[in-house]
Design a binder for this molecule. Sequence first.
Ligand code: SF4
Length: 344
Amino acid sequence: MYVIPLEEILAELRRLNANRVLIQSPEGLRREAEELASFLEDRGLEVTLYGEVNYGACDPADLEAKRLGCDALIHLGHSYMTLHLEVPTIFVPAFSRVDVIPSLKKNLEEIRKLGKKIALVTTAQHIHKLEDAKNFLETNGFEVVIGRGDSRVSWPGQVLGCNFSSARVKAEGILFIGSGYFHPLGVALATKKPTLAVNPHTGDAIWMAKEAERIIRRRWAQIAKAIDAKSFGVIVSTKKGQLRLAEAKRTLELLREHGKKARLIAMDHISYPQVEGFPFDAYVVVACPRVPIDDYENWGKPVLTPREVELLLGLTDEYKFDEILGAERREDEPLGIAVHGVGK
Ligand code: SF4
């Protein structure tokens, strides 16, 4: 199902003079990670598989690679994110082989309901098919806009679960191509525009408005549960691409200014069992926005995003999706030593 460019990866490793490599992979690409390890080992490289769970490019195992004496890291499944890395890192996005055009053809009449001028967004999995999709839609009379996005994404039109900057363009509606509900839901909540999600694997199309309403209702229920909380654990992530210390401190101060007790908690893998012993009434996760939204049912205490704390404290009444926005790129800013986009 996924294209792992073995020869290109090998060529990059040779170019880097890397002999000892660590391979990091999400759970869904464990088999591919092992196949890559065998391929590289047969060609004389020493390979270690990294077994910790990984959900995004925000969490590269570069420091672990360095500790293990590896001279390169291969990060499978996600596209390059601007981070300062400890060892040369080859990001290998997992591009899907599926053709997106049949699903667009099937749902053309539904897509027309978005309007004539539409924004097109997708995840890294289908980004290499975005130009095909744009051409197909333009041939069928649409004006298609693909937003550049900020420095957190690798390509125009790409969205992450924590960043919808490429969807913020002038358009009547947004067409998301991909599977899963979280990304299009975030697009709908972040842009407040009609959003249609077309799944190229199943051919299904889903309007996100109802889903967005349902999630907002659920989130308000979490906020209501936290209304009487007197003490808060404000969780900040130590993962490189999720570390939002300034935002966490701002949240901490806001809570304290409003008479709440608040304490900063630093964590790597954030889950309820790990904080269960702390005596706090509620938690705020200032890390990956997916943790409090996807995982809240597994928390024995109310768990909020920093945006939701503002609602709780009455500082705003508009529901805003939590996002991690990219930093402005400065001319003199080093881009780390990552190798970008192998396999596109
Ligand atoms: S912070 Fe969360 S949504 Fe963003 S890239 Fe990392 S895992 Fe994905």
